[in-house]
Design a protein around this ligand. Sequence first.
Ligand SMILES: Nc1ncnc2c1ncn2[C@@H]1O[C@H](COP(=O)(O)OP(=O)(O)OP(=O)(O)O)[C@@H](O)[C@H]1O
Ligand SMILES: O=C(O)C1=C[C@@H](O)[C@@H](O)[C@H](O)C1
Ligand SMILES: [Mg+2]
Length: 179
Amino acid sequence: MRNIILIGPMGAGKTTIGRILANRLGWQFHDSDREIEKRTGASIPLIFDIEGEAGFRDREHDMLADLTAGQGMVLATGGGAVLREDNRKLLRENGLVVYLFTSVERQFERTQHDTQRPLLQNGDRRATLQRLMDERDPLYRETAHVVLETGGQTPRAMADRILAASRQNGLETDDNPRG
Ligand SMILES: Nc1ncnc2c1ncn2[C@@H]1O[C@H](COP(=O)(O)OP(=O)(O)OP(=O)(O)O)[C@@H](O)[C@H]1O
Ligand SMILES: O=C(O)C1=C[C@@H](O)[C@@H](O)[C@H](O)C1
Ligand SMILES: [Mg+2]
């Protein structure tokens, strides 16, 4: 196994948990959204404003292709990374894909102060999260090797569970006691 790839909806904890997990493993951590911002020099809301969602998705695909060429990394993907079939294939083939499943209610709580997720800035946020979950949950499940419900567990406890699931799926590594 070359990489651990986290997928799931906005507010599932991919970025937060991924960073902890990478630290535990002594692996690099990459967040696809942050890498796109670095490469373009523009925020995600600005990319959506100027190029629309379609433009963002093209940039996201290019970024995922570049990142998954590497190894020894924990990769946090954007919530919509599974929308494209070519992305789903790319992710499955290049790492252990873990779906962090979270209730819409928890997503609602965790995204309440957010200004950086363009899809949540207009309209009824709870209804949008529910619609996206209905559309995407089957795609997350299709892409994932492992599904973990994040429930009420802390990010650190979730990182432990991902590590255990990864070992069951063939990951061999020394744990980093400082992580
Ligand atoms: N297991 C958890 N328990 C409590 N709070 C959490 C947990 N996971 C994440 N959070 C909090 O929820 C918020 C959103 O988490 P995070 O940004 O990691 O989500 P994400 O999956 O990366 O979302 P996006 O797809 O939009 O990038 C953060 O404030 C984070 O601290
Ligand atoms: O769920 C989505 O479609 C998105 C999630 C974020 O991670 C960003 O990739 C962007 O805001 C789009
Ligand atoms: Mg994130």
